[in-house]
Design a protein around this ligand. Structure first.
Ligand SMILES: C[S@@+](CC[C@H](N)C(=O)[O-])C[C@H]1O[C@@H](n2cnc3c(N)ncnc32)[C@H](O)[C@@H]1O
Length: 334
């Protein structure tokens, strides 16, 4: 794989151990969402994106397909476009935007960044096949822990992407910091495109989205999201010798109206003590006690625009599906 910096095994192993120790000692217990994305987790996430209940991918793909040309239309003084994507995953949706850029006839370079080597490998394989001219430079990184250094191309307009409503998996101050770090060298006229899932209906808001629609997206009938969540327990078993009995934990999606988040939890069905060999200690669970594994924040349009502004961009346009469930927000560097 070209230009893919492989995170040193011991370094990433230490990070996993440290995150698990810290999270399971916290009260309430919690684990950071980047832990989902080992090889198995990334494959399960791909399956989630194809689920009928997981409308986010479908709607975002449709918006990128429909409005890609408008997003891609740059200013004449830039002959090239440099697309940098945070948490690109396998980049299957991004292909729609790359097609539109390709049709504009501008040279494109694409830097997908992700913590998952498997997802980046898949992105490289698929995009390399479809776009042989594309300058593709995958970057394996944890953008929470390190500020990515990006190549500068004076003749290219830069487009920073953060799709899949992934910004909603972070505390807002962390999401702003990640965006500011990744856009530190961007110049006037460079672009930011955020894909953000909308908040449910309330006080006459412009959508009929129900909390039940949101919860279904994170607790599908086929149980794929449950398997994705439980994979965390399996990963701790594989990498840290943790003796979790996966069947003794229930997958649960909850709506938190105060934070406007769908939360994912792993709830212990019984009182139990779990030994983690690498950490040389046990962790106790009460019956009904949960590990909080993910927040997925849902944004009103004002909150989405406020995030674009906090990152240092002014919102120039937004596009929404006909029911107003999902939004793409385009910002320009001011
Ligand atoms: C919700 S998925 C979205 C994937 C894809 N952009 C999409 O829209 O389908 C989040 C992606 O962000 C990556 N990710 C999560 N935390 C990360 C971190 N701290 N650093 C780098 N990548 C991260 C995951 O590996 C995963 O591919």
């Amino acid at each position: 794989m070209r230009e893919l910096r492989v995170i040193d095994e011991t370094e990433s192993g230490d990070a996993v151990a440290e995150a698990v120790r810290e999270g399971l000692l916290a009260y309430p217990k919690t684990l950071p969402p980047w832990l989902f994305y080992d090889e198995q987790g990334s494959a399960l996430f791909e399956q989630i994106t194809a689920l009928p209940e997981y409308y986010l991918t479908r709607m975002e793909r449709e918006l990128l397909h429909r409005h890609g040309r408008e997003i891609a239309a740059g200013r004449d003084e830039w002959r090239r476009m440099s697309v940098v994507e945070l948490g690109a995953g396998s980049a299957q949706k991004t292909a729609w935007l790359l097609r539109a850029l390709d049709a504009e006839g501008r040279g494109i370079s694409y830097l997908p960044m992700d913590i998952s080597a498997t997802a980046l490998r898949e992105a490289e394989e698929q995009l390399g096949r479809e776009f042989p001219q594309l300058r593709l430079r995958p970057v394996l990184t944890d953008f929470m822990r390190e500020r990515p250094t990006l190549p500068i191309d004076a003749e290219a307009q830069r487009l920073l992407l953060w799709l899949g409503s992934s910004a909603g998996n972070f505390e807002m101050e962390d999401a702003v910091k990640i965006l500011r770090d990744a856009s530190a060298e961007m110049r006037e006229g460079d672009l930011l495109l955020l894909g953000l899932d909308g908040a449910p209906e309330a006080n006459g808001r412009e959508t009929d989205k129900k909390i039940s629609d949101l919860l279904r997206a994170y607790d599908d009938a086929a149980g794929v999201t449950a398997a994705f969540n439980r994979n965390l327990l399996k990963r701790m078993g594989r990498e840290l010798g943790a003796e979790f009995c996966v069947e003794q934990f229930e997958h649960e999606a909850r709506w938190n109206g105060r934070t406007s988040c769908v939360e994912m939890h792993l709830v212990s069905k019984i009182a139990q003590s779990v030994f983690v060999r690498e950490l040389e200690r046990s962790f106790d669970f009460q019956a009904g006690e949960s590990i909080h594994t993910e927040n997925s924040r849902k944004f009103t349009r004002d909150e989405a625009r406020a995030l674009v502004a906090a990152a240092g961009f002014s919102t120039v346009k937004s596009w929404h599906d006909p029911d107003g469930w999902y939004g793409l927000y385009l910002g320009q560097r001011v």
